[in-house]
Design a protein around this ligand. Sequence first.
Ligand code: YCP
Ligand code: CO
Length: 298
Amino acid sequence: MLSAYVLGLLPSDVVDAAAVDALRVGAQSYVSTYDEYSVGSWALAPLWSDSTGDSTGASREHNEAARPIAAAAGLDGINHLVRAHFDTDKLRTVRLVRASHGALIIPHIDYLEHEYGFTRVHVPLVTDSAQARSVEDNICFHMRRGEVWFLNARKIHSGGVVGSSVRIHLVLDFDHAVRPVDTVTKSLSEAAPPLLIDRPSLPTDLVPSYQALAPYIDAAGWRDLVHLIARVHLRYHVPAGALYDWLEDMAQESAQPDRDFLEKDARRMRRYFLTTGPRATLTYGAFWDTVLADYANT
Ligand code: YCP
Ligand code: CO
């Protein structure tokens, strides 16, 4: 059962105006804060934050009503959509997330670094029902333009595009105590039943053929392999979390001298994205630096 669900549909004129804005947001507004999660061209642009004006887009718990930061000045369509339909007192951040060129966010669980987390709502502004998809555990679905979705970010999830389309979602984080239905302040029109996507079954030779590369994968090529394998669940009927099993298997089959590094990195990724989270786990870059420092000391 999908635990994400649709709260309703926004008026199309409101969505149209916000979509025009979303396409106007330039590269300078997108930040690298969550590059650790990107597989290809996936990025987020912070638009509303607390009174510190924090423009990093980093997810942070606070108790203030969110307000537009400089990057949101002039985005009247987006700002109106938010103000006219959502409870801005309980709103903590507004961000755009964009995926293009076959990019996705790596399977992960959110709020691991937080005490409470958030009630998270997505509104797709620019999307394509044939190419834009989200996965929660082993369920693949499409969030239609203008639908207001509650996302259960405590499940293993991912999202992106499988082709050349651009997908831009408005993501609103509310205080964790707010029920999803209470994030909206105006009644929405009824949405169609959720659009589930039936992915074809995994070709039996796909993962083994990647696995066959393993003996030749050293630390330098590992990242590319991770990104290749991270895309598999978006196309084929396998759970988003299977990625971390495959990575552990492949790391074990790598040839020396980097096998130990890869095995540790596969375990690090599972911890970073699924269990102990970013606050307690090194990033890929920091992990790499630590290992190199260890080599230097031996
Ligand atoms: C968050 N989690 O919870 C981030 C957004 C991906 C990981 C990007 O805000
Ligand atoms: Co997430």
